[in-house]
Design a protein around this ligand. Structure first.
Ligand code: NDP
Length: 333
């Protein structure tokens, strides 16, 4: 007996900003799970900026999405049928077959979620891939030290909001940039940033210099472009940059302008280091051990922007790239 499901397919490769017509909602019949497999009913799916790169037909660190095929990405769901050892109906699992209501997949491709009082959605955000990105990027890649002044762009998003809070928990001074007055207020009032500014209010370099008169020691880059140039100007000697994302150019249709002041890295003895979170899953237990308790006792807060319904997933993705989210952008299925 097959299972009726729905999935979002890539109907066209976006040119510039994605449009609703680049996506299609399709009804499909799923086969019964075979030996070792599960039928999962998805409850939350993640939309993430990296998915924009996968919509282009270019070689990258993850293969591109295929036209007329379903998209995929992080999701959590409830096991409905299990032929996999160690998993039973009712268990909640984390897996990579999002953008669909139901999924049939090997149990070995899932990880059981022990939510322990937290929402299962946290495992797509603060305790999942974005949380690990913040943790590894700040502590391992940028090598956060006592006394560092930290600047993070995209600070009100999933990754940025945890970067700032980890720095704050460790006693560092933290400055954030975001794209609206509401987000700036959220950073200072709710997340405890020492200073924050709206990058749309004027040149980033001037606003960063005003917020950090003695310069910065660490820049966590989610944005690239003008933000990266401004940070290079503000970094102190032996400063470190974690190159995490470059969302300001994800929809670019022409090669973006270069970083004009890169030569500053020489005299200032800067380290700029790119990283991909999937190389660092061995650090997941450390993230859970440190941030799990901090979430439960309120030392870390984590916002989610939750959109309802699979049919709204393409718009949620479009809105994510436009800054429509505070914290983690999720679709509830
Ligand atoms: P966010 O939750 O931060 O959402 C994206 C945010 O980017 C939007 O809310 C918007 O906020 C901001 N933004 C959009 N356009 C611009 C622009 N032109 N200039 C400045 N900000 C912009 O997403 P994530 O936390 O999931 O990801 C943050 C970054 O980290 C992304 O670049 C992503 O690709 C990267 N990443 C990298 C990983 C790695 O392994 N290296 C893993 C995971 C994420 P606003 O309103 O402030 O503009």
């Amino acid at each position: 007996m097959s299972t009726a499901s729905r999935e979002i397919q890539l109907a066209a490769r976006p040119h510039g900003e994605p449009k609703p017509t680049d996506f299609r909602l399709a009804e499909v019949e799923l086969p019964d799970p075979g030996p070792g497999e599960l039928l999962v009913r998805n409850t939350f799916m993640s939309v993430d900026p990296y998915m924009r790169g996968r919509m282009n037909d270019t070689k990258s660190y993850v293969p591109p999405f295929q036209l007329d095929r379903p998209l995929d990405g992080g999701a959590v769901g409830e096991v409905v049928v299990s032929n996999a050892e160690g998993l039973a109906p009712g268990d909640v699992v984390l897996h990579q077959l999002g953008w669909r209501d139901h999924a049939v997949l090997p149990g070995a491709h899932t990880r059981k979620v022990e939510a322990d009082g937290l929402s299962e959605s946290a495992f797509l955000g603060v305790l999942g891939m974005p949380g690990l990105t913040a943790y590894v990027g700040l502590l391992d890649i940028a090598g956060l030290r006592e006394g560092d002044v930290v600047f993070v762009s995209g600070a009100a998003g999933a990754v940025g909001s945890l970067v700032g809070q980890i720095a704050r928990l460790r006693g560092n001074t933290v400055i954030g940039s975001a794209g609206s007055p509401e987000k700036v207020a959220h950073l200072v009032d709710d997340l405890g940033f020492d200073a924050a500014f709206n990058y749309k209010d004027g040149p980033v370099a001037g606003q960063l210099a005003a917020a950090a008169p003695d310069g910065i020691d660490v820049y966590f880059d989610n944005v690239g472009g003008e933000h990266l140039e401004a940070a290079l100007g503000a970094l102190n000697r032996n400063g470190r940059v974690a190159l995490c994302g470059a969302i300001s150019v994800y929809n670019a249709t022409e090669p973006p302008a270069g970083i004009r002041n890169l030569a500053l890295a020489i005299g200032k003895r800067l380290t700029l280091r790119g990283f991909i979170v999937s190389d660092h899953f061995d650090r997941l237990p450390a993230l859970h051990a440190e941030i799990g308790p901090a979430l439960r006792d309120g030392r870390v807060t984590f916002r989610e922007t939750i959109v309802e319904g699979l049919d709204q997933a393409p718009q949620a993705f479009i809105d994510l790239l436009r800054g429509g989210n505070v914290g983690k952008m999720l679709v509830k299925l």
